[in-house]
Design a protein around this ligand. Structure first.
Ligand SMILES: C[S@@+](CC[C@H](N)C(=O)[O-])C[C@H]1O[C@@H](n2cnc3c(N)ncnc32)[C@H](O)[C@@H]1O
Length: 231
């Protein structure tokens, strides 16, 4: 389990002073707000953390399902979830997404995998992508997924982002960090995979759906994909 706690995540990430991380979060939010007729859709936040995005989602959504595994993130997620009648928290493993959703109230799902969560997943990341594709495809849903780009791991990641969150993840270990492969490793053993342009393009191809939008900066990428109902 990675060393996140809800309190540290709020202090170091949600309230970050890093302009790139701020822009990343704003870009994700902007894309979420582009979703059409959100009042008719179920937003499913995979690896919801402490519920950073919950207020935005609950205000616009038909309903929200937040899935989170780490017990240290749950107190704040629970507190935030309880503020909304249309929000539900599930303590579960996103690699088992379709099973989790079997008895849930899901309509026109919008699956969210934010803040490079794909790079730090507990479990098999490819399984998460196939589960997302299956659920979104079968239900004519949407996917919004964001990545940190490996091209920026040395300039932004190791020099700015990770030092700003070192209290939570540990100091960068430059001997173990693999810039070629985009794998950050800290001295406490925390790791995170950042993805290259080619790897992100491959994931886009894997999903196959219609590309609603893609936002690329030097440091991150946000993809929005939709599986439309046949006319
Ligand atoms: C990088 S944090 C992002 C948190 C949140 N999505 C946000 O944007 O603020 C990734 C989160 O995913 C959770 N996570 C990792 N693997 C998971 C899994 N297999 N099932 C459910 N949650 C998982 C972690 O515990 C962590 O809270």
């Amino acid at each position: 389990m990675r060393e996140y706690t809800d309190k540290e995540y709020i202090e170091l990430v949600e309230k970050t002073a890093d302009p790139v991380l701020q822009k990343h979060m704003q870009t994700e939010t902007k894309e979420i707000l582009r979703v059409e007729t959100p009042q008719d859709k179920t937003f499913i936040d995979l690896g919801a953390g402490h519920g950073r995005i919950l207020l935005t989602l609950a205000k616009i959504a038909r309903n929200v399902i937040s899935i989170e595994l780490n017990p240290d993130m749950l107190p704040e997620l629970k507190r935030r979830t309880e503020q909304f009648d249309n929000a539900e928290m599930v303590v579960g493993d996103m690699t088992k997404l379709s099973e989790i959703l079997k008895d849930k109230d899901v309509k026109n799902p919008v699956l969210l995998l934010l803040q490079n969560t794909l790079g730090t997943i507990e479990g098999e990341w490819k399984k998460v992508l196939s589960e997302m594709k299956k659920v979104a495809r079968e239900n004519y849903g949407e996917i919004i997924i964001s990545f940190f780009r490996s091209e920026a791991l040395s300039s932004w990641g190791v020099l700015k982002l990770y030092p700003s969150v070192s209290k939570m993840v540990g100091e960068p270990d430059l001997e173990k960090t693999d810039f070629e492969k985009g794998v950050f490793v800290s001295k406490t053993g925390y790791s995170s995979k950042w993805r290259s342009k080619e790897e992100i393009e491959e994931i886009k191809q894997f999903f196959q759906g219609e590309l609603v939008n893609e936002i690329w900066t030097n440091e991150f990428c946000v993809l929005h994909i939709q599986y439309r109902r046949p006319e």
